[in-house]
Design a protein around this ligand. Sequence first.
Ligand SMILES: [Zn+2]
Ligand SMILES: [Zn+2]
Length: 138
Amino acid sequence: MEPIYTGGCACGVVRFEMVQDPIDMSNCHCRDCQRATGGPYFPSVICKVSDFNLLQGTPSWFEKMSDGRERVGRSFCPDCGSPLMFVNAVKDDIYAIYASAFDDPSFFKPSIDIYTASAQPWDHISPDAKCYARSSRE
Ligand SMILES: [Zn+2]
Ligand SMILES: [Zn+2]
């Protein structure tokens, strides 16, 4: 039996499933992720696009250049605005899914925290976290 993780937006128009365990999980504390989530960081569940199925609805996409100078896209429900997935044009076979979009996000366990240089003073980063001031690739 393959693991199946289901999720969707707050209003229920968009529904999706992830059919394998995530490749990785991380928290991004960059300013764009703060704005996109409304919170101190983006808890991201990383999976292959091929392990992701849209079951219902059509997410809208917003694109911009990241501060790492890469074109990134963020998707959200066109009706309620809930954030859904993030994609980097350089690695477009990978989705980072907003953890709280899952029906049961309790499986979320971040392995690294990135862009902690822009973490807010009211953010709480675990003392055990593996932190990168910017991207983990730098
Ligand atoms: Zn919605
Ligand atoms: Zn970020």
